[in-house]
Design a protein. Sequence first.
Length: 157
Amino acid sequence: MIRVVVLAASIFGWAAALGAHPVHIPATWKCIDAGRFSFWAPPGVVPAPLRGRPVDSYVGEYRGHQLFLSFDYGPYSSSLQTPGDNLRSHDELIDGRAARLVSYTAAPNGDFAWPNFVAVHFPKTQEHGMRLTMYASCGSALSCREAEQIFRSIRFP
């Protein structure tokens, strides 16, 4: 019995150290089934045509008002550890999994539509050897906060 209590306390401490955030999903948001995972997003977020051809990953893109989302689900998705002066990051738990959230004050390499950029990386998913990285280019600070809510709503089957 003592072992169970110690184990539970250890898990709770680990979860608190990673920073689990409560997820508030607005009533107007819809659930988007992305195939290997799902997430909640504002009603204006819709699938967008891919800008390239995937080589070794499952990828997708979505557009909304002042928000562009893309994801890379595969063994080589970015770990979001590119160094830089304008990078901020922290780790937290999302859907019970370790995740790394990052933000840039300007999109790296100008690859996205707007200068605000946030992303999340899951080094482990429900599939062995597969990782998920989701990116958001935001037209405002409010849309970046929405993107972070979207990231925190990600669920794996």
